[in-house]
Design a protein around this ligand. Structure first.
Ligand SMILES: Cc1cc2nc3c(=O)[nH]c(=O)nc-3n(C[C@H](O)[C@H](O)[C@H](O)COP(=O)(O)OP(=O)(O)OC[C@H]3O[C@@H](n4cnc5c(N)ncnc54)[C@H](O)[C@@H]3O)c2cc1C
Length: 290
């Protein structure tokens, strides 16, 4: 006898991919359940994320127009243009290559990762399809090779749930990927990566060299690389939509540096923050002051 239970999807992970897909499935009346290991309102934020045309295409496919517009309003604006591509500089701050001049290079706009994560998860949670605090541990295939074949999903607390399709949206250290046998993460030993998100007051933003504030900056020099991007979303005043100001509560700048491991002290990761910044300034001491 063929199983007549409705077709059911389980998604592990209410990050960017899992919640976006769940929105699309809900809108197309597919029975879906999302499980997320973190508690609701987790402060694990992340940094800025840049979204280009492919991401918007996915969002248009999965979200309502209203939901999409609410997200697009949170994109950062730099000099009136929301979408930008990075400019590659040499260490003297001379522009070498503006990637926006290449039509095939997808421009992108920055958004706070936690704002995007929460905006995507909210409709799924409101539909009662998102369970927080539930950590996936493994899956098994039931009645393998028969018409009744299903996937049983096990959680750390010993509970389980069954589905027809299991989707692993559990991020870069996916347990589902490891159980399938995918081993697609390679640790780079030659360099150490440092990344920081900083508050960015509007006053400070307006003082920045426009070349630094308006487009993401990339520098490759001395076997090091640097990335900097400012994010300053507009504040929308519903009573006066034409009035423009910036939402300082969300504005930030992101800074990333890759340095050869041989130039880093062994205890770099455990140094106090001011000593880490001192290391950064020493690493860049021969570079332009910008
Ligand atoms: C600083 C920084 C900048 C980035 N910038 C960009 C960018 O500009 N453009 C870009 O495209 N990408 C960028 N990325 C990468 C981007 O953040 C990831 O590609 C994106 O978040 C991946 O989405 P995801 O849904 O696959 O995973 P995530 O958003 O990481 O979501 C995975 C979710 O699964 C949950 N989870 C994990 N394990 C389990 C488990 N066992 N059980 C239940 N739940 C689990 C996690 O808690 C998490 O909520 C950036 C990343 C960083 C760190």
């Amino acid at each position: 006898m063929v199983d007549k239970s409705p077709f059911r999807v389980i998604i592990i992970g209410a990050g960017l991919a899992g919640s976006l897909l769940a929105n699309g499935l809900i809108r197309h009346d597919v029975d879906v359940q999302v499980y997320e290991r973190l508690p609701k309102d987790s402060k694990r934020e992340g940094y800025q994320i840049r979204l280009g045309a492919a991401a918007l295409k996915g969002m248009r496919a999965c979200l309502s127009q209203d939901e999409l517009e609410r997200i697009v309003q949170k994109f950062g604006r730099a000099n009136g243009s929301r979408s930008e591509a990075p400019v590659i500089y040499n260490k003297h701050f001379e522009a070498m290559l503006d990637l926006s001049t290449f039509p095939v290079y997808s421009k992108s706009a920055p958004i706070s990762r936690v704002v995007l994560r929460d905006a995507l998860a909210a409709p799924v949670s409101a539909a009662g399809k998102l369970k927080y605090g539930c950590q996936f541990s493994r899956y098994e295939i039931l009645e393998h090779g028969t018409p009744q074949e299903r996937v049983r999903v096990w959680f750390e607390d010993g509970s389980h749930d069954d589905c027809d399709i299991l989707i692993g949206a559990d991020g870069s250290h996916s347990k589902i990927n490891s159980q399938i046998g995918l081993d697609n993460i390679s640790q780079i030993q030659s360099h150490v990566s440092m990344i920081a998100k900083n508050e960015l007051a509007t006053k400070r933003y307006l003082e920045l060299n426009p070349r630094v504030s308006q487009k993401p900056v990339i520098v490759f020099a001395d076997n090091k690389s640097l990335y900097f991007c400012a994010y300053l979303p507009e504040k929308i005043d519903d009573s006066e939509p034409s009035k423009k100001s910036f939402d300082e509560s969300l504005s930030s700048s992101m800074f990333g540096l890759h340095v050869p491991s041989s130039q880093c002290p062994d205890n770099l990761a455990t140094l106090p923050t001011d000593e880490k910044w001192e290391f950064v300034s020493q690493a860049l001491k021969d570079w332009s002051t910008e």
